[in-house]
Design a protein around this ligand. Structure first.
Ligand code: C5P
Length: 340
């Protein structure tokens, strides 16, 4: 049985994540399609979000150490120079950097709800990697929901009749469907692998046992590489633009809001992974799909609510809930402990 505080923490994570995911997706989509003289460079936003995450985690560490600068510095130093542990964060960090950059490409080419429904494929990749890396066993109803999920995602992609007669303007707005979908597919793979890998490191230690460094340290270890990879990606893709127009070209209040939401959202995801699990993330995105579809339809006028889309989204949402249902099976952690 879950204690009241555990339930509250999980519920808070769910509500917060739903809110953050919905607003991030809508703002990202809006920012990439709004008519402005100059758009901001997404790679700089990804980089700055990583910097903010590291600074925030250092502040959290300072609070955890009772506002003692010396204690906090010593803990930080030992945490970072524990190279064996620090280097283990290279892989998820590199994947998240790639993923965070790809999601901007995806949202430049897909409407917000199509992006979100397709990105639900990460539940499938998360499940597969949970089986492979954490030794989890999926129940029959969970495999069934994964199949439902894939059918739902496929349905959303099938164009309805009205798309045959789409105007030049709407085709332009839609962007490159192929590029958008490929970006989401790769991001889903990355999300599944990096999420499960991180879950393993924060819950069970590096080798499925031993002492587990606290979350703020893990986040700082990962953030160091996040800043490094973010800088490399930024310079690789936008070096000349940055030299000409500066790093903050095209920035406005919306851009800064996206950066803040991405940084804060990343930290909430880290807490969710540590204290709940990756499936809770799937739940929050499902709620978020409903919210962003409604907002996209009423506020951005960015979505044609076709029958395929509605049916596909409905299947994806049902599959997500069905996946999370408990039919008196043993808890996952118990299965893991039995295995260990
Ligand atoms: O879509 P998904 O749930 O995989 O998104 C994960 C997001 O959370 C990424 O943007 C990643 O950078 C962020 N994250 C983080 N710190 C962690 C784990 C994830 O900032 N410890």
């Amino acid at each position: 049985m879950l204690s009241v505080s555990e339930r509250t923490l999980k519920l808070s994570c769910l509500v917060l994540l739903t809110f953050i995911t919905t607003s991030t997706v809508l703002l990202m989509r809006y920012s990439r399609t709004e008519k402005v003289p100059q758009h901001y460079l997404p790679s700089t936003a990804v980089f700055l979000a990583e910097v903010i995450k590291v600074i925030t985690c250092v502040c959290v560490l300072y609070i955890e150490e009772g506002y003692d600068v010396e204690e906090a510095s010593a803990t930080l130093y030992h945490g970072i120079t524990d190279w064996n542990e620090t280097f283990k964060l290279i892989i998820p960090s590199a994947m998240y950097t790639l993923q965070n950059n790809l999601l901007f490409i995806a949202l430049s080419n897909l409407d917000a709800p199509t992006y979100q429904v397709t990105y639900q494929l990460k539940i499938l990749t998360t499940a597969i990697f949970s089986v492979m890396l954490l030794g989890r066993k999926l129940k029959t109803h969970q495999w069934v929901s994964l199949v439902l999920l894939m059918i739902g995602v496929a349905l959303v992609q099938i164009p309805n009749d009205s798309s045959k007669s789409e105007t030049h303007e709407s085709a332009k707005k839609r962007g490159s469907l192929f590029l958008g979908l490929m970006s989401v597919f790769i991001a889903s793979f990355s999300s599944g692998f990096a999420g499960v890998y991180f879950e393993r490191l924060v819950k069970f230690g590096s080798h499925g046992g031993g002492s587990v460094p606290r979350l703020s340290i893990r986040n700082i270890q990962m953030g160091i590489f996040g800043v490094l990879f973010g800088a490399i990606a930024m310079l690789y893709s936008d070096y000349y633009s940055i030299r000409q127009g500066g790093m903050l070209q095209g920035y406005n209040l919306i851009t800064w809001s996206i950066i803040a939401l991405q940084a804060f959202g990343g930290l909430v995801i880290a807490v969710t992974i540590k204290y709940a699990d990756n499936i809770l993330k799937g739940f929050s995105t499902s709620f978020s799909i409903i919210l962003s579809s409604l907002c996209s339809y009423f506020l951005l006028n960015d979505l044609d609510l076709s029958n395929n889309f509605i049916l596909g989204s409905f299947l994806v949402i049902c599959a997500t809930f069905f996946y999370g249902c408990k039919f008196n099976y043993p808890e996952k952690e118990e299965v893991l402990q039995q295995k260990g």
